[in-house]
Ligand binder design. Sequence first.
Ligand code: 13P
Ligand code: SF4
Length: 298
Amino acid sequence: MVTEEIQRYKKERGALILAHYYAPEEVQALADFVGDSYYLAKLAAREKRSSVVFCGVRFMAESAKILSPAARVFMPAPAADCPMAHMADVARIEELRRSVRDLAVVCYVNSDAALKAESDVCVTSSNAVKIVSALPNRNILFIPDANLGAYVRAQVPGKNFFFSGGYCPVHAAVTEEGVQAARRAHPRACVLAHPECVAEVRAQADFLGSTAQLIAAAKASDLPEFIVVTEPGVLYELRRQCPGKRFYPAAPVCADMKKITAEGVLACLKEGSGEVFVSEELAARARLPLQRMLELGG
Ligand code: 13P
Ligand code: SF4
């Protein structure tokens, strides 16, 4: 019933429904496109729709609005925020800009618009290594995720990194012992992990990558079993794309992503609730690093 109404209003409004892999299964099932943060940002910039319903957390919907200012962007769960998005501060960026020469401020998209506005380029977990490698600068301030930043540092030698100490509480909750216990329970399984995990957990992984890269790796692999060290919403797409393979979740859920419901999607389409606004002054400054990401990320 709700799904039918959603389809009817979506058609009437010419709206596009985007969902992140961490959204609840029933929400992923009704979306036009499901993907990782980079794919969804590219779609938001490319698809010229009058309305976009973004089934994700605030920074994702904000980025869609900034990249596609003519579109009306709606959030089914306006309270769905990413705690990490606020784990850096503008004063420290300004201080390092004053004191460190040849510095690039690299901002993970999991950040609020005010942090993006102070940055030189944005990255996601699927393009961070490629983009940081391409920067001419010797010094990199990587905000807000220090875990993803350390993962990038390990793969980009010859640059000097500064961090702001941010982290994803969902991925940071996974411990080395937790992964070892999962390995004991499933000794033949391959460990897939997101680079937002802490160093000890990243060291345990057989493959590290963004959610889309983890799905692609599982699909390409000949192995039948996988321990999945990222938000378990991704299991919906893993099981859809890899029937016959087995997946064992090894990370907690993201409570914010789970605030999104089909009823919330319908309210966006029917009543125009949850509209996202970003002031044009802030959007203009935050757009530059996002567009640079799209150029350098390919
Ligand atoms: P990706 O979509 O880049 O895999 O990032 C995961 C994430 O934590 C999004 O909030
Ligand atoms: Fe933020 Fe972590 Fe949730 Fe992603 S999984 S939205 S980084 S809290």
